[in-house]
Design a protein around this ligand. Structure first.
Ligand code: BJ8
Length: 439
């Protein structure tokens, strides 16, 4: 196994090797039981299964080889960090571990109990030294999106270098101007690591690589969700692939996602679906689903539903927009285009954020979905409060919606399953009544 092979490297970068190995062992077992046992998976999933086995082994070795060649390694917690710039510098930009309950208790020695589990989990990984990505980072790039994150950076900075990007909470002209400057400053931090100037051409190359990655994910999104008759891949597998997009080398990853999409296209042509006909098709909305947070997908797909899309940062919000670099002549124009693209992200940290609701309704119609689950991590005030406006708009459209608030503990898994079951039953009942009325 990858972790075993790279034990020395992991020790050298400060990982608590023993604890890390135990955690990885449990993670791999959970993955095998929950993912590899699914029937009729696409053959191209073999690559992603391999990546899972090397997630804290071979991939960590690759990142550290880049660092040895003076390329930057940047850990992030948010999709506002312009990964195009790090990629253009030949480095690695990745999401840090933050989806596990196993680190939360450690985090609570420094952080309050009543903040979101994503932040606590990530902070706990640093305290435990069990995330090899965090340990590999030249610096962590935090942001000012929510109160809990913003204040956590001050504490996390005691354990690891953290830079903070000031993300505005409104999108007025003056806010966008400041945002553009933040992107420029981010590039300067990257140059501090590489000790060399990053050229326009290099940054444009970074944009090209990340645009291709996003295009591959858009293709996957369409294949899994737009055809109500054939669903060629499970929601669980599709979520896992998206999660891995935050860790893998972007060029290799894009190639593998496109290979998978080729296979899925064939499956669609041949009518090979992994779900029986009339399986309720569910869209998930809300906060990010960082690995190994597979609780909701397991509940839905284990009780007769299919998840066809995540309107989440580990999902559609991440890949929906590319950067348009047509006609860009100089660095300032590029920063403006990056800002334009990033400011389309409809995170609930913005006010107002009405575009998000309109987008959700359109996505629902385009995909001919049967219902939505609004999923919020506990204590995420922005998404929690915004759920009122979103669910009100959904109700006006007659869209069935279930709201779930949860953390990373396994305790509420049974209760979530029961609620999901009842929700899916009500959708199936409606479908049958509709079919009867149409006779
Ligand atoms: S763009 S959703 S990744 S901020 S950490 S806001 S869950 S309380 S992650 Fe996010 Fe960027 Fe927005 Fe997306 Fe809530 Fe938790 Fe804060 Fe969170």
């Amino acid at each position: 196994m990858g972790v075993e092979l790279h034990k020395d490297l992991l020790g050298n970068i400060g990982v608590d090797v023993e604890r890390h190995a135990k955690m990885m062992g449990a993670g791999l077992e959970a993955y095998k039981a929950g993912f590899m046992s699914q029937p009729n998976r696409p053959k191209a999933m073999a690559y992603f299964d391999w990546f899972m086995s090397e997630i804290q082994g071979e991939r960590i070795a690759e990142i550290n080889a880049l660092r040895a060649a003076k390329k930057p390694a940047v850990g992030t917690f948010c999709i506002f960090v312009p990964e195009e710039i790090v990629t253009g510098a030949g480095g690695a930009c990745y999401g840090l571990c933050g989806g596990s309950n196993a680190t939360v208790a450690d985090a609570e020695t420094e952080l309050p109990r009543n903040i979101c589990p994503l932040i606590k989990s990530a902070h706990g990984f640093k305290l435990q030294r069990t995330c090899a990505y965090t340990q590999s980072s030249d610096f962590i790039y935090g942001e000012t999106t929510c109160e809990a994150k913003k204040k956590t950076w001050e504490i996390l900075n005691k354990h690891h270098p953290v830079h903070v990007m000031n993300i505005p909470h409104m999108k007025r002209e003056k806010d966008l101007k400041m945002w553009q400057e933040e992107i420029k400053e981010f590039k300067e931090h990257i140059e501090e690591v590489t000790e060399k100037k990053l050229s326009l051409e290099e940054m444009l190359n970074g944009v090209k690589i990340i645009n291709a990655k996003r295009a591959a994910l858009q293709r996957l999104d369409a294949l899994r969700g737009m055809n109500p008759k054939v669903m060629p891949i499970s929601g669980k597998d599709a979520l896992f692939i998206t999660q891995m997009g935050f860790l893998d080398d972007p060029v290799r990853y894009t190639k593998k996602v496109n290979e998978l999409c080729d296979e899925l296209e064939l499956r669609v042509q041949e009518g090979v679906s992994v779900f029986p006909a009339n399986t309720p098709r569910i869209m998930v909305l809300g906060t990010p689903l960082a690995p190994p947070n597979w609780k909701l997908h397991t509940a839905v797909e284990g009780t007769g539903g299919a998840i066809i899309n995540e309107e989440s940062c580990i999902g559609h919000r991440y890949y929906k927009d590319n950067v348009d670099v047509e006609g860009v002549q100089n660095e300032d124009e590029l920063y403006a285009r990056l800002m334009e693209r990033y400011s389309k992200i409809d995170c609930a940290c913005f006010t107002p954020n009405t575009g998000r609701t309109e987008k959700i309704i359109q996505m629902y119609k385009d995909r001919k979905a049967d219902g939505v689950i609004y999923y919020t991590l506990s204590f995420c005030h922005t998404y929690n409060v915004e759920s009122y406006l979103v669910t009100e708009a959904l109700a006006k459209e007659g869209i069935p919606c279930l709201v779930i608030e949860s953390d990373y503990s396994p305790e509420d898994a049974g209760q979530i399953k029961t609620r999901v079951e009842a929700f899916l039953e009500s959708i199936s009942f409606k479908q049958k009544a509709q079919a009867f009325a149409n006779k």
